[in-house]
Design a protein around this ligand. Structure first.
Ligand code: FES
Ligand SMILES: [Fe+2]
Length: 443
């Protein structure tokens, strides 16, 4: 892996024969299965596994971090998540019967509570003793805004569910979305979120093909000047553009390791603002090392776009085989770019450019997190033991007239320096603090 930011002296032509095609993914960063360093790391965070509306009269079979699980609501409405295979003789609990307390295996009727304790063994004369000895293995659950999360790590050190500052704004409703299944490693999903470089190409292809409805605003077609900074939660990019006589600083944030949050993709950067409303927050569940699924909350603003208007914007090109192959070739979406990198992108074969600095930074931070867990520490970002510890978020659109910015807005370096000044301002007054106060004031 190398950064190439200098123009080669000579054009390299017809090098196919010499190009190295052998390489390996960085499995330290990409593995999520039990017993791997990455698997231990991911088990320290809340992982989304289902939408609450999917929990019906029969259990739901899911897979998370390479483990097969069953998620269900008992007849009292409590949510449980247990290993899929019954601890008696391994029948699958996806065929289980829901009970008042939990779930009963379909084969010989062992009943398990939502925490995995065995609470009934029908007909066995030694049931009381055996119930003390066996355990189905359960994981703590948390339901937030219609999404079911589980915690698969050591139960002695459970973090709080990270309630972000953008989840409880007046005039903003959180609405659960749909499953966005993608057949590739989780890292590729999140790298996309620190890589706004791709927006000016991939997300402008619809316009290039003559499609103007349900797409990113055309202003995203101007490649922004980019910087990236670490935040208490993870990292953001700062993408700054001059739009007519305005300077527009856009940021999106990854809350480590599996959440990213953005503001509107139809923002055009033409109206002055300090803060913008949240648009969507997505959690990526690594199903295993080669499959992922995104769960999301749409943040609906009173009087803003309707669900019907939002759905195409949110879902286009976002899940496996969302359209016929020919359509995807003509206008590819994120999913086509991500899956075609390979089930696990072969990092050794990458030839990175200057604008991949965000991706590099993100990987370094993930590596630090994995190393911290391997050393017996808590993850340095995104892991909080108290609600008060959850830091502000910094995904935002900050728009100001050039005259107010006081810079030469045609100078890329001045634009980048200005975006860092905006980041400094955010330390004094975070975007959601501003948004909250303005909406309370009715402005
Ligand atoms: S296999 Fe589940 S009770 Fe026997
Ligand atoms: Fe994208």
């Amino acid at each position: 892996m190398s950064i190439t930011n200098e123009r080669p002296a000579k054009r390299a032509v017809f090098k196919g024969f010499y190009r190295n095609l052998n390489g390996e993914p960085d499995r330290y960063l990409t593995s999520v299965e039990r017993g791997t360093p990455g698997g231990d790391f991911h088990r320290r965070f809340w992982q989304p596994v289902a939408y609450e509306r999917e929990l019906l009269k029969v259990p739901l079979r899911v897979r998370a971090l390479g483990e097969d699980l069953v998620v269900f609501k008992n007849l009292k409405g409590e949510v449980g998540c247990l290993h899929l295979q019954c601890c008696h003789r391994n029948s699958s609990l996806e065929f289980g019967i829901l009970t008042d307390e939990g779930i009963r295996c379909c084969y010989h009727g062992r009943e398990y509570a939502t925490d995995g304790a065995c609470i009934d063994i029908p007909g066995d004369p030694n049931a009381e003793r055996i119930m003390q000895q066996v355990n189905q293995g359960g994981y703590p659950t948390e339901v937030y805004s219609g999404i079911v999360f589980i915690y698969m790590g050591p139960p002695e050190n459970i973090p709080v569910f990270p309630m972000l500052d953008r989840f409880d704004l007046s005039g903003v409703r959180n609405v659960p979305g749909i499953r966005l299944n993608v057949d590739c490693n989780w890292l590729q999903m999140k790298e996309n979120a620190v890589d706004p470089h791709h927006t000016a190409t991939l997300h402008m292809i619809p316009q290039m093909r003559g499609v103007t409805k349900d797409t990113f605003a055309g202003e995203f077609g101007v490649s922004p000047e980019l910087t990236w900074v670490e935040t208490p939660n993870g990292c953001i990019y700062l993408g700054v553009r001059k739009v007519d006589d305005m300077v527009w600083v856009r940021s999106a944030e990854i809350v480590y390791p599996n959440i990213h949050t953005i503001s509107s993709i139809v923002e055009s950067g033409r109206v002055a603002k300090y803060s913008s409303a949240p648009f969507i927050t997505l959690w990526t569940l690594p199903i295993d090392s080669e499959h992922s699924v995104q769960f999301y909350l749409s943040h609906y603003i009173d009087g803003g776009m309707s669900p019907e208007q939002r759905a195409p914007l949110e879902q286009f090109g976002q899940f496996h085989n969302d359209r016929p192959y020919g359509d995807r070739q003509w206008i590819p979406g994120d999913v086509d770019a991500q899956e075609s990198q390979g089930a696990i992108s072969v990092h050794e074969l990458e030839q990175l450019g200057t604008l991949d600095r965000g991706v590099t930074m993100f990987r370094k931070m993930i590596r630090r997190g994995i190393e911290a867990v391997a050393n017996g520490e808590n993850p340095p970002h995104g892991f909080y033991l108290s609600p008060a510890d959850v830091p502000p978020t910094y995904a935002n659109d900050y728009v100001v007239p050039v005259s107010e910015a006081g810079i030469d807005a045609n100078d890329p370096a001045a634009l980048r320096a200005f975006s860092l000044k905006v980041w400094e301002k955010y330390q004094e007054r975070s975007p959601m603090q501003d948004y909250r106060e303005k909406s309370h004031n009715g402005r």
